[in-house]
Design a protein around this ligand. Sequence first.
Ligand SMILES: Cc1cc2nc3c(=O)[nH]c(=O)nc-3n(C[C@H](O)[C@H](O)[C@H](O)COP(=O)(O)OP(=O)(O)OC[C@H]3O[C@@H](n4cnc5c(N)ncnc54)[C@H](O)[C@@H]3O)c2cc1C
Length: 182
Amino acid sequence: MALALGCLSPKKIYHEIKRYEEQFGANDSTYWLVFELMWRDYFRLVMEKHPKNFFMQNGIQNNVKWNLKHSVLDLENWKNGKTQNDFVNANMLELKYTGFMSNRGRQNVASYLIHDLKLDWRLGAAYFEEMLIDYDVSSNWCNWAYIAGVGNDPRNGRAFNLDKQVKTYDPESKYRKLWLEK
Ligand SMILES: Cc1cc2nc3c(=O)[nH]c(=O)nc-3n(C[C@H](O)[C@H](O)[C@H](O)COP(=O)(O)OP(=O)(O)OC[C@H]3O[C@@H](n4cnc5c(N)ncnc54)[C@H](O)[C@@H]3O)c2cc1C
């Protein structure tokens, strides 16, 4: 969040990581942190290159075929954590109560809205814009477009297998219980 609000510079983080690696050695976490910072930078650059397209349904792609459902009820249920999927619901409730959701959660709820509910991805992006305490225009809209398959490297969109994700990331239902039983 400090990055999104401009309180902390990515360059400072990068140099701190390098300093740490010189002292203690590199590890998986230092690798992934730099990798994620590069995604952040990259999204800023593509947003500068295509300032309008990332708010359009087809993003930076052409000839996308949509099969949308336009269900206002499905959208409301998604926002309020009342879908058929309890992992999605737990994440949406965390967002509603705190303004935060993990990157894993964001990817899964976005995939569910786009590929399962078949809603316009921009409705989800706009809701995140309204709710996230770390809202950032490029990171938000470019990530949504990426999962919808209308950003960079489209490959028909990124549909997540939610059952597999739950088995990997919440096998004992700890996360779901935390938010669903509030
Ligand atoms: C649909 C969707 C919407 C998102 N909307 C936003 C947003 O509005 N604002 C925002 O700051 N991030 C957004 N992200 C990126 C990411 O989810 C958050 O930055 C992350 O949850 C922050 O957690 P962290 O600091 O523990 O990340 P770490 O994994 O520790 O990563 C360190 C930093 O790298 C950057 N980063 C990590 N993952 C991503 C990513 N996928 N894309 C771009 N930058 C990344 C962030 O600045 C993050 O703080 C979004 C991701 C998705 C999938």
